[in-house]
Design a protein around this ligand. Structure first.
Ligand code: PSU
Ligand code: MN
Length: 301
């Protein structure tokens, strides 16, 4: 396809059946500040390589869907102001106007599937926002999980979202919610949200088996693999909950909505926790990169 450009390294890995892990770019352009964003992106790639897989960071650069970026391209996404956030509805607009876009979980899933990549590591997914019963703010990530065949390894979802409603939505959409060695649906900064996963699988091999089976059955839609933040990086539940509530309140007062909502909340949380949220965020992303690489490797055995 003329729109899709897969790097030589990723193409070679896919052609020879080696494990590949997709990475998103919204986390680079809108999730962390410079230069933490570039350090985080590079460390994720390094962790994936050390676990024996090939990283494929995904973005749109000058109208081309790019799967597998070099260091300069990641630097560009990390340091350029005004990179568009690319979810499903943005893809054709950004590509046809030859612009650049940082892909969200939804955008990354679409292009990973196009490239033939089955496993994707991120921090947290978008979901049903608090107050969605009046704002209708529900991330397109959930609809993407309903229709696109990629396994997404995440640390659950932040409580900037309504976790019970997000889980109800995933149930309706037919998305399996799998715990990696946990019964609890993780809450991003903390290991538990008080909600449960559907299936607790104790090993990456068991998760790889579930993903393979879903592919072989030809079932539509993705899977959510929930990997809790490492214990040593976990934040205090009451501390972070109070901060999240303050950030959400502020976003309502300032009438922040649409695609600005998630980046606003992430940036505010970083400020009002004096960077504690950022440290935890990095730790959980690295942990997800490693587990995703192990799952991808197990899928090739
Ligand atoms: N949640 C996080 N960090 C993030 C995001 C979500 O904890 O960086 C990003 C992801 O790229 C996700 C997107 O796909 O925000 C969801 O945005 P929205 O709610 O506008 O769909
Ligand atoms: Mn939204």
């Amino acid at each position: 396809m003329e729109y899709l450009k897969i790097s030589e390294e990723v193409k070679e890995a896919l052609n020879t059946g080696r494990p590949v892990v997709a990475l998103e770019s919204t986390i680079i352009s809108h999730g962390f500040n410079y230069p933490e964003n570039i350090e985080t992106a590079q460390t994720c790639e390094k962790i994936i390589r050390e676990a024996g897989a090939i990283p494929a960071t995904i973005a749109i650069l000058n109208g081309k869907i790019r799967v597998g970026l070099n260091a300069d391209e990641i630097e560009f996404l990390a340091s350029t102001k005004g990179i568009r956030k690319c979810s499903r509805r943005d893809a054709a607009a950004i590509i046809s106007q030859k612009l650049s876009g940082a892909t969200t979980v939804a955008g990354t899933m679409i292009f990973a599937e196009m490239a033939g990549i089955k496993v994707f590591a991120t921090g947290g997914i978008g979901g049903v926002h608090r107050g969605a019963e009046t704002t209708f703010d529900i991330s397109a990530d959930l609809e993407e999980l309903a229709q696109t065949k990629v396994a997404v390894v995440c640390a659950g979802a932040k409580s900037i979202l309504d976790i019970p409603l997000t889980l109800e939505y995933l149930e309706t959409a037919g998305v399996p919610v799998i715990g990696y060695n946990t019964e609890d649906f993780p809450n991003f900064y903390t290991r538990t949200s008080g909600m449960k996963v559907d299936y607790n699988l104790p090993t990456t091999a068991a998760i790889a088996g579930l993903i393979q089976t879903s592919f072989e059955l030809g079932l539509k839609g993705g899977m959510l693999v929930c990997n809790p933040i490492p214990r040593e990086a976990e934040l205090d539940y009451d501390f972070i909950q109070a901060k999240v509530e303050a950030a959400v309140r502020e976003s309502v007062e300032k009438n922040i909505h649409g695609k600005e909502s998630t980046p606003f909340l992430l940036a505010r949380l970083s400020e009002i926790t004096e960077g504690k949220s950022v440290g935890a965020n990095k730790a959980l992303v690295f942990n997800n990169a490693r587990v995703a690489a192990e799952i991808a490797a197990d899928m090739t055995k």
